[in-house]
Ligand binder design. Sequence first.
Ligand code: SF4
Length: 394
Amino acid sequence: METAVALPPAGVHLAQLPPLALYVHMPWCVKKCPYCDFNSHQAKGEVPERAYVAALVADLESSLPEVWGRRVASVFFGGGTPSLFSAGAIATLLSEFRARLPLAPDGEVTLEANPGTFEAEKFRGYRDAGVNRLSIGVQSLNPKHLRALGRIHDDAEARRAIEIARASFDNFNLDLMYALPGQTPEEARADAQAAIDSGAPHLSFYHLTLEPNTLFYRHPPPLPDDDAAAEMQETLAAMLGAAGYVNYETSAWAKPGRECRHNLNYWRFGDYLGIGAGAHSKLSFPDRITRSSRTKEPRGYLERAARSEAVQERHDLARPDLVFEFMMNALRLADGFAVSSFAERTGLQIAAAEKPLREAEARGLIERDHERIRPSALGRRFLNDLLQLFLPAC
Ligand code: SF4
């Protein structure tokens, strides 16, 4: 199979820079979940809120030369469990960000929250601080599965969290998983129905996978087999579609107009500055596109951010990697991408990807005309096979 992308000899040239988003990583959780491979750490006692807020501000301050003059279209507080931080801390951060970077007045500001940390007053405080979208890590509404997943909350707390979110935010997401330990298709259907009944404008349904460096990977629980998981996926797709949700990205479902703008920017190969422990950034310049990451371990991050040394690794993206990374994001979207956006975001001509695109088309994995390229139903189902075609040749 030929997969190498053909590249002209000229360098990257970006006529304009893409939209910019700000990601803020909050690395602590009450307890580490056995399936989680995020950069999250069990908090020993209170989180060091004041020190971490100061570190984030110092981190942003030292990153400003990379984003001078650019407007931030969205902010996302992710984790970890950002809702372990007080509303006052989030208010301080947002006002410190605004003092240093122009945030779009209608910008989406999302905060991830764990149902085990919900108090109505705190969530009203987040809203008053400027958060306008909540993302709630519900995972399931079945008490048996919540226990199997090692979650700190039960189904009653999850339902209460949804009630509190609905009272203060008109825009919120529920994160859920399927193919859970011991889960039957009927139980997956009940979770999907509960999610629909919640009225959430956005739902994310992830297939539980066993990631290396997790407890579940070392001690795998009994999981539904591939056929059962596929049946669950088809059932929930039919239910969510009938309820008016559009599956605009592999795992994301939204009522029309409620797509997550911050995540859409990732999938459209936009720019993001990530601050906080272990946060990743992708930033474009007229002649290059860079990726960087910050120190992962929270204590080390606190020390290094104070010395303006939070960035641990930084590199320019090589041109074959640009093709793969663009496709890896854009082909997750049901609507794919505008052909013109490939050159706008990568600085390369679409001809650089012609060979794998032709192969993908011949195998029925994409559909294209002169304006758009999108994954076919087959391509969405076998996304990994589709993306492999764009892997740089070794
Ligand atoms: S609460 Fe979320 S981030 Fe924290 S350990 Fe569990 S899955 Fe990971």
